[in-house]
Design a protein around this ligand. Structure first.
Ligand SMILES: Nc1nc2c(ncn2[C@@H]2O[C@H](COP(=O)(O)OP(=O)(O)OP(=O)(O)O)[C@@H](O)[C@H]2O)c(=O)[nH]1
Ligand SMILES: [Mg+2]
Length: 615
C-alpha cells in the first residue's frame, strides 16, 4: 500500500523541518544516528541559506503503508518545479504559518493543487510561535479555498495544528499535540491510494529530473500503470498530444539500466517497481520533463507538463577588468560557455543563448534567486565572470502590443511605515490590490507591479522600514508595457584609481555615503566603492592616505570609527546595479563596477548620450 504526498507552502513555513520529524517519528533513522537539522536540505547552498532549492523525494513507512513524501521549495522562483511535482502525487499537505497566514506562494501552490483535483490536508504550522493566531489563519485558509473555487470535497479538508520543530500535530487546539500521529493518520485517511492497474502495460510520466555524471539524466515520476524491471525494453515518447502514438520519429527505445525507489534518506536500487510507486530510472538519452515512458507494445502518451518560461535575463560576460583572472580557476569564454550549457542538463527552467560576442552569453531564468544560485554555484566551483543588470523578458500580445512580466508583491509593515512604502511604490507603477489589517499593528499590502518596478526596491524598502518590513513577490502574469521607469535614486561612489582602501579616506567619505568596501580591499579605477546619499555618481579616491605633517594629530584622527560596509550579496547586486554597471563574480569576491572604467571615457560617453538625446 502506498500514499504519495507533496508538502507545499510559502517559503520558510516549516516544510523541511516537518519532514525531519516525520522521518524521525516513522523510525527512518537508527536509534543513535546523528542527523543534522533540516536533513533534506542537503546541498551546501541550501544549508547556508536555510532554504530548499531543489525538491527532494523521501519515503517513510507508517502502519504498513509506504508514504512517498516530496519536500518542495517554497521560494517563488521555484514554483514551476512545485507545479510539476504535483503531477506525481495523489495528495498535498499545505503548510501555513500560524502567524503569517497564507502568503503569495501559498496561494499559488494551493491554486495549482486544487485545480488538479488533489485533496489537501492543511497544517497550520508553527503554532508554538508567540504571535501565532491559529484560528485566524484557519479562517484565512478557508477563505482562500473559497476564493480558489475549491470543490466541496476539497473544502472538507482536515485541518491540523502543528509545530514542525516540536514534531506535534493536533486537530483540537484545546488538546496540545504530543507527536505526529494525527498527521500520519490524516495522510492514510485522506490521501487517496494511487490508482493504476499494476498488471496493465507500463506507463510513466517524467515529472522531475535528477542528474548524475555517471548515469546522465535520471527521470523521476510516478508509475501510472503496469510495472517496470531493470533490463526491460521500454519506449520514451517525444512530447506531443496525449493518447496513442503512431509516429516513430523521436521515439527512443532502450533498456532500463537502473531503477530506484525512495526509502528514508536513501535512494534504493530495486529490480522492479509497480503502478503507484514513485521511482527514478536511467538509461535513456532523451529524458525530458513531460515525456512519457511506455511499454513497447502500448505507446500511449500522458498529458505533458509545460516547463515554465523564463521571465528575466542577464548577460554572463568574460571578466575583463584589471583584476581579471586573479582569483578564478576558470575564466575563459570557452570554459564559461561549456559550464553554462552543461547547466541545462539539470536546470530545466533555464535558457542559454549566444550573442554577437563570443565573450557574452545571455542566460534567462525565473528570477533573481534562480539566476543568483547558478552564479553562486559557479563561483564556488572556481569560475570567474561578470554579470549584467537583469532585463525582463518582454512578449508580444495578440495585437502586436508589447507586454512585460508583472509580479504580485506582498509587504508586511508596521502601520507607521505604510505611507513611505506606498509613496515609493507609486512611481514604480504599482497598483494596490489589497490592504489588510491582520492586527498587532502590522499592515499587509498587496500590489501588482511590473517586475522591472521591483528592481532595486528591496534595499530601499529595508531602509525605509528600518528592517522591520517583510516583502515577498512572485510572478503573476504578462501585462501591458508600463513605460519608462526611474532608475536608482542614489548615485554611486566610483574609485578613481587603483590601490588599497584606506580608513582615512573612508572616514572622510562616510558622512555622505554608505561604503561597500573596507580598509585593505583592493580597488581599481571604475570599481564601485559605495553608495552616495545623493543622486549622481561621484569619482572618489578611497586610497588616499592622511598627509603626514609635523603637527601632533589629535587622538580622534587616529582611530576613525568606520560604519560597517554594506554586504553585497549576489542577489542584492542583481537588484542594485544599473545598465551601465556590471557585477564581477569571482570565487573570492563580488565587486561592482562601471562598464566603462576610466572617468574620462565615462564623461565622454555621457556627453555623447546627451548629444544623442538632444538630436
Ligand atoms: N517556531 C517555529 N519555527 C519553526 C517551526 N518549523 C520551522 N521553523 C523555523 O522556520 C524556518 C524555516 O524552516 P524550514 O523547515 O526550512 O522551512 P521550509 O518551508 O522548508 O522553507 P523553504 O524550503 O525554503 O520554503 C527555520 O528557521 C525553522 O527552524 C515551528 O514549528 N515553530
Ligand atoms: Mg524547505
Amino acid at each position: 500500500m502506498i500514499r504519495n504526498l507533496a508538502i507545499i507552502a510559502h517559503v520558510d513555513h516549516g516544510k523541511t523541518t516537518l519532514v525531519d520529524q516525520m522521518l524521525r517519528q516513522a523510525g527512518a533513522f537508527r536509534a543513535n544516528q546523528q542527523v543534522e537539522e533540516r536533513v533534506m536540505d542537503s546541498n551546501p547552498l541550501e544549508r547556508e541559506r536555510g532554504i530548499t532549492i531543489l525538491a527532494k523525494n523521501t519515503a517513510v513507512r507508517w502502519g504498513g503503508v509506504k508514504i512517498n513524501i516530496v519536500d518542495t521549495p517554497g521560494h517563488a522562483d521555484f514554483g514551476g518545479e512545485v507545479e510539476r511535482i504535483l503531477r506525481m502525487v495523489d495528495g498535498v499537505l499545505i503548510l501555513v504559518d500560524a502567524a503569517e497566514g497564507p502568503m503569495p506562494q501559498t496561494r499559488f501552490v494551493t491554486r495549482k493543487a486544487l485545480a488538479l483535483g488533489l485533496r489537501p490536508i492543511v497544517a497550520i504550522s508553527k503554532v508554538d510561535r508567540a504571535d501565532a493566531e491559529p484560528l485566524r489563519v484557519h479562517d484565512e485558509v478557508l477563505g482562500l479555498f473559497i476564493d480558489l473555487e475549491a470543490t466541496h470535497d476539497q473544502l472538507d479538508a482536515p485541518f491540523l495544528y502543528t509545530s514542525s520543530r516540536a514534531g506535534t500535530a493536533t486537530a483540537d487546539l484545546d488538546k496540545p499535540g504530543t507527536d505526529l500521529k494525527p498527521l500520519f493518520q490524516a495522510i492514510l485517511d485522506h490521501v487517496p491510494e494511487p490508482k493504476g492497474d499494476p498488471e496493465g502495460p507500463f506507463q510513466m510520466l517524467v515529472s522531475t529530473l535528477d542528474f548524475s555524471s555517471f548515469l546522465g539524466r535520471i527521470a523521476i515520476g510516478r508509475i501510472e500503470r503496469g510495472r517496470v524491471r531493470v533490463g526491460d525494453e521500454v519506449t520514451l515518447l517525444p512530447l506531443g498530444q496525449p493518447g496513442p502514438v503512431s509516429e516513430v520519429e523521436g521515439v527512443e527505445r532502450n533498456r532500463v539500466t537502473r531503477l530506484y525507489t525512495f526509502d528514508g534518506l536513501n535512494r534504493v536500487e530495486v529490480e522492479e517497481a509497480a503502478a503507484g510507486d514513485i521511482v527514478a530510472l536511467s538509461g535513456f538519452e532523451g529524458i525530458e520533463i513531460g515525456k512519457t515512458f511506455t511499454s513497447v507494445e502500448r505507446p500511449e502518451r500522458l498529458a505533458g507538463i509545460a516547463v515554465e518560461e523564463p521571465t528575466i535575463s542577464v548577460d554572463f560576460i568574460v571578466s575583463n577588468g584589471p583584476f581579471a583572472g586573479r582569483e578564478g580557476k576558470f575564466v575563459t569564454s570557452r570554459q564559461l560557455k561549456d559550464r553554462l550549457y552543461r547547466e541545462l542538463e539539470r536546470n530545466v527552467a533555464l535558457r542559454v543563448e549566444e550573442t554577437d560576442s563570443p565573450d557574452t552569453h545571455t542566460v534567462s531564468g525565473r528570477g533573481e534567486l534562480h539566476l543568483g544560485i547558478l552564479m553562486e554555484t559557479m563561483r564556488r566551483e572556481g569560475y570567474e565572470f561578470q554579470v549584467s543588470r537583469p532585463r525582463v523578458i518582454t512578449k508580444l500580445g495578440d495585437d502586436g502590443e508589447r507586454l512585460e512580466p508583472y509580479e504580485e508583491l506582498t509587504v508586511d509593515v508596521p502601520e507607521e511605515y505604510m505611507g513611505v512604502v506606498m509613496e515609493k511604490l507609486g512611481p514604480r507603477r504599482s497598483e494596490m490590490i489589497e490592504m489588510r489589517n491582520p492586527g498587532q499593528g502590522m499592515m499587509r499590502l498587496t500590489f501588482r507591479i511590473p517586475a522591472r518596478g521591483l528592481f532595486g526596491y528591496r534595499s530601499e524598502f529595508l531602509t525605509d522600514t528600518r528592517g522591520t518590513g517583510i516583502m515577498h513577490h512572485r510572478f503573476l502574469d504578462y501585462g501591458p508595457w508600463a513605460g519608462p521607469l526611474a532608475g536608482r535614486k542614489r548615485g554611486v561612489l566610483v574609485a578613481d584609481r587603483e590601490g588599497s582602501v584606506v580608513s582615512f579616506a573612508l572616514g572622510n567619505l562616510q558622512e555622505r555615503a554608505q561604503m561597500f568596501v573596507t580598509p585593505g580591499d583592493h580597488v581599481y579605477e571604475g570599481m564601485i566603492a559605495g553608495e552616495s546619499s545623493r543622486p549622481g555618481d561621484l569619482d572618489v579616491n578611497v586610497t588616499k592616505e592622511k598627509k603626514l605633517t609635523n603637527m601632533r594629530t589629535t587622538a580622534s584622527d587616529d582611530n576613525i570609527v568606520l560604519e560597517p560596509p554594506r554586504q553585497i550579496t549576489l542577489e542584492y547586486a542583481l537588484e542594485y546595479i544599473e545598465e551601465d554597471e556590471l557585477i564581477e563574480v569571482t570565487p573570492k569576491n563580488i565587486r561592482l563596477r562601471k562598464r566603462v572604467l576610466t572617468a574620462n571615457d565615462r564623461k565622454k560617453a555621457a556627453r555623447a548620450a546627451r548629444v544623442a538625446d538632444a538630436s
